[in-house]
Design a protein around this ligand. Structure first.
Ligand SMILES: Cc1ncc(COP(=O)(O)O)c(C=O)c1O
Length: 324
């Protein structure tokens, strides 16, 4: 996924050319990882481009910033509008959306308070994160030798750049060993999450996923899948999962904005279930893609149309039923 290097980037309220969206090498964020960010997606739907759960993503951005005591003068609506304006300025139909709030250039002590809080929104085209084939066939993963952050060290619920030093170690180990992704355990040895995805396991028709206290990011796709699974009548439990439960699961799959819903066909070379996408993973994947692609009514109010007038024009016509 190389950048096209063109288009506009939102920087502190201004749209600047891609090549001019630069910061100084002495900026605090470069040295100390002092940034929080989001990853959302905009999809093409029959009613035009729509961002998926933009409000939830921007709320999490604000919450991550709060944990790190970074105040930025935009409220929730302001953040959403900034994203929508940037998509419109770039005339993009579908894209990955990366807002980031970071400590800028002023001084280079550890104390972040001396440095300004700045923000940017970057958009680019990003297809299937673990490959299109993985969405259908599943991916081969390993349990990482690196644990996720211990509680009260780096806050896992904040989507902070610093956490991705840990994610990078997990991912590099997996790729070096010939796997496409790693699953990290928490410091107690229970299942936590992938380097950039949450994880679900299916056993005897019930879905299980680690709770927030297992050092996971509170994923928006995770929440979406819990909701869709319950809509479909499945039982979902947020519970501590021992590592070995994965090996004897019927189905295991990753979820995330980048990975969407990706089946896992083997873990540590042990084949999971039938070794391909299982029936419950398929059902949830279908339900998820139907919602994000606008193929079914948006009953949960998860889509924000980028071009509202176009969306209104293309809205399905409601047929009035007369009873008299
Ligand atoms: C570490 C980590 N866990 C989980 C997720 C999934 O979160 P979401 O579904 O909100 O994208 C991500 C993706 O951002 C992530 O980086």
């Amino acid at each position: 996924m190389a950048f096209s290097g063109t288009g506009k980037i939102w920087m502190n309220g201004k749209l600047v050319d891609w090549k001019d969206a630069t910061i100084h090498v002495a900026s605090h964020v470069i040295h100390y990882g002092s940034a929080v960010f989001e990853g959302a997606r905009c999809y093409e739907t029959p009613r035009g481009s729509a961002c998926f759960r933009l409000d939830a993503h921007m709320l999490r951005l604000q919450q991550s910033a709060r944990i790190y005591r970074m105040e930025y003068p935009l409220d929730l609506a302001g953040w959403q509008n900034a994203v929508l304006d940037t998509i419109r300025a770039n005339q993009m139909k579908e894209c990955y959306i990366r807002p980031i709030v970071y400590r800028g250039y002023e001084a280079l002590g550890v104390n972040p308070f001396t440095c300004p809080v700045e923000a940017s929104i970057i958009l680019w085209k990003w297809g299937a994160y673990l490959g299109k084939e993985a969405l259908e066939e599943g991916c081969d993963v390993k349990v990482a030798s690196w644990s996720r952050m211990a509680p009260n060290t780096l806050p896992a619920l904040a989507k902070s750049s610093a956490n991705y030093a840990n994610s990078g170690l997990i991912k590099m180990e997996a790729v070096t060993d010939g796997y496409s992704e790693g699953i990290a355990l928490d410091v107690h040895g229970n299942v936590s999450e992938g380097s950039g995805q949450n994880i679900f396991m299916v056993r005897n028709g019930v879905l299980y996923t680690p709770p927030l206290a297992s050092s996971i990011l509170g994923g928006i796709t995770r929440d979406t899948i819990i909701t869709l699974a319950r809509d479909l009548g499945f039982k979902v439990e947020e519970t501590v999962i021992p590592r070995e439960a994965l090996y004897i699961a019927d189905e295991v799959f990753f979820v995330g904005t980048a990975a969407e819903v990706t089946p896992i066909r083997s873990i540590d070379k042990l084949v999971i279930g039938p070794g391909r996408r299982g029936p419950i993973t398929s059902a949830l994947q279908r339900a998820f893609f139907d919602v994000i692609n606008g193929e079914v009514p948006d009953t949960h109010g998860w889509l924000t149309y980028v071009y509202a007038e176009e969306a209104a024009l293309r809205a399905p016509r409601t047929v009035e039923v007369r009873t008299t």
